[in-house]
Ligand binder design. Structure first.
Ligand code: NAI
Length: 260
């Protein structure tokens, strides 16, 4: 497994916000954007893990600030937007990474509560982020939004109805936003990870039971299942940067060829 070295100073002076930034892929996105020079505000529902991540990243010499945020709560987004407005005045990079896999069941065995939780965290959060952060992004000369969808935001999957619905929505909300905000210089793209080695994937295989991991492996052309979060973050940094200055409304698959 490999990942590329950060591009020195590519994001110098940029202000970024990463949701779900205390763990998994979000923590690596936070680290990578900061390594490339951005001041990264990272937000997560888990305050304890967030505070620990802030200490670790600062000890690495990175410019980061942790905020507690439940991405499904409008008033918390409003508070964060007001704080960013008062302290830094604008936003250059928004990474909507926070997401959950709350349920792996066919609809008849699932619950309304699982549907609503998935929809609120994975889908409504994207609306709330646009609702509160677009005014700050409009003040940037380099605005880029990266939404984390999934391979399951492009194709269906057995038992993943709520997750697929929410991630499919992320894919098309990204394209709609690319239409709406292109004229303000705001680029909006989605990334579509395959199977990434984080807590979410470990929980998923535990739920699916013995043999699931081996069975999934046979479907991946690159012959390995678990990409690391460090293999996703370079794509996020690229889309955030001026190297992607004419890329908007795009779907970037990072799946080892799974959907090829
Ligand atoms: P993870 O479970 O390891 O990390 C998710 C982070 O989001 C955690 O720090 C968690 O505390 C935070 N979070 C959860 N609910 C939140 C909320 N309501 N508000 C704010 N923060 C919240 O998961 P992972 O793998 O890092 O997932 C990141 C994104 O990538 C998610 O959107 C997920 O759906 C997506 N994804 C993951 C894949 C995988 O194989 N791990 C594959 C494709 C997409």
């Amino acid at each position: 497994m490999s990942s590329t070295a950060p591009v020195a100073n590519r994001l110098e002076g940029r202000i970024a916000l990463v949701t779900g930034g205390a763990g998994g892929q979000g923590l690596e996105h936070t680290r990578r954007l900061a390594q490339e020079g951005a001041m990264v505000h990272f937000a997560d529902i888990n305050a304890e893990v967030g505070a620990e991540a802030e200490r670790t990243l600062k000890a690495e010499g990175l410019q980061v600030v942790f905020h507690q945020l439940d991405v499904s709560r409008i008033e918390q987004w409003q508070t964060l937007a007001a704080e960013l407005e008062a302290t830094v005045g604008h936003l250059d990079i928004l990474v909507n990474n926070a997401g959950i896999l709350a349920d792996i069941h066919p609809a008849e065995l699932s619950t309304e509560a699982a549907w609503e939780k998935t929809t609120n965290v994975n889908q409504k959060s994207i609306f709330l982020s646009f609702h509160t952060m677009i005014p700050l992004l409009k003040k940037s000369k380099h605005a880029s939004v990266i939404n984390t969808s999934s391979i399951f935001g492009l194709v269906g999957a057995d038992g993943y109805l709520s997750y697929v619905a929410s991630k499919g929505a992320v894919t098309l909300m990204t394209k709609s936003a690319a239409f709406s905000y292109g004229r303000f210089g705001i680029r909006v793209n989605s990334i579509h990870p395959g199977y990434i080695d984080t807590q979410m994937l470990r929980d998923e295989f535990a739920q699916l039971g013995e043999g699931a991991e081996e069975a999934t492996l046979t479907t991946i052309p690159m012959g390995r299942l678990n990409a690391t979060a460090e293999e996703i973050s370079p794509a996020v940094a690229f889309l955030a940067s001026d190297d992607a200055s004419y890329i908007s409304g795009a779907e970037l698959l990072i799946d080892g060829g799974l959907l090829a």
